[in-house]
Design a protein around this ligand. Sequence first.
Ligand code: NAP
Length: 228
Amino acid sequence: MSRLIVIGGSKGIGNAIVTSLLSSYEEVVNISRTAPEQTASNLIHHDCDIVNDELPDIDSADGLVYCPGSINLKPFNRLSISDFKNDFEINVLGAVKAIQKYLPALKNGTNPSIVLFSTVASKLGMPFHASVAASKSAIEGLTKSLGAELAPTVRVNAIAPTVTDTGLASKLLRNDRMIEKMIERHPLNKYLHPEEVAHMVEFLLSDKAASMSGQVFEMDCGIVSFKI
Ligand SMILES: NC(=O)c1ccc[n+]([C@@H]2O[C@H](COP(=O)([O-])OP(=O)(O)OC[C@H]3O[C@@H](n4cnc5c(N)ncnc54)[C@H](OP(=O)(O)O)[C@@H]3O)[C@@H](O)[C@H]2O)c1
């Protein structure tokens, strides 16, 4: 049976991934603290806090996508050690826990592949991003290292999105003026919508991306790549 595991598919980018991939897999397993709003006969939900709970057993899977993350923006002198630890826990150690748990299942799958999430703030220095940038840079290191270690059996890639219209980024897009400014800051005159990121995940999980592993794909609307 073809099976995709999405950690954090109840909301945001993860939910867009669940929606767009329900028709491609015989089973999509979502793991998050709340259930996705949509229901489908091939969508299985497990209530689980990735940090504190044990993950459910799954015997085989073709793909694993890890979505939980944070945007904890504060001046450096107001970021506590706990902030750094909490951000590392949800962004990095949660992904490590999920990969360690489901690697045997992936090895039982067909052309298995893992997709992780970084951020443009790992490449583009921005004030107040010290904690999230440190955690997401660790994700980029993990992507490279695991890509090498698991080759040729399991491919590992990451996507580094710019601001994406989800609950997580709602403070950054909370009124018309902020939306306008966000559009202006990006050379492509836009920010991201979760469906666009889901399309990239779909591609990276598919055999069309069979030659790509250990890569970090910027979905940056030009903000990292261009100075115009
Ligand atoms: N949105 C952006 O602008 C943006 C920009 C750059 C990078 N990213 C990265 O992209 C990824 C997805 O972001 P998003 O905007 O889609 O986030 P989101 O809207 O907050 O969704 C996060 C998902 O993860 C789940 N989750 C959070 N904490 C969890 C926990 N402790 N245990 C289990 N599940 C948990 C949430 O479900 P429950 O609440 O039901 O548990 C939800 O389904 C993140 O890694 C983020 O850092 C996002």
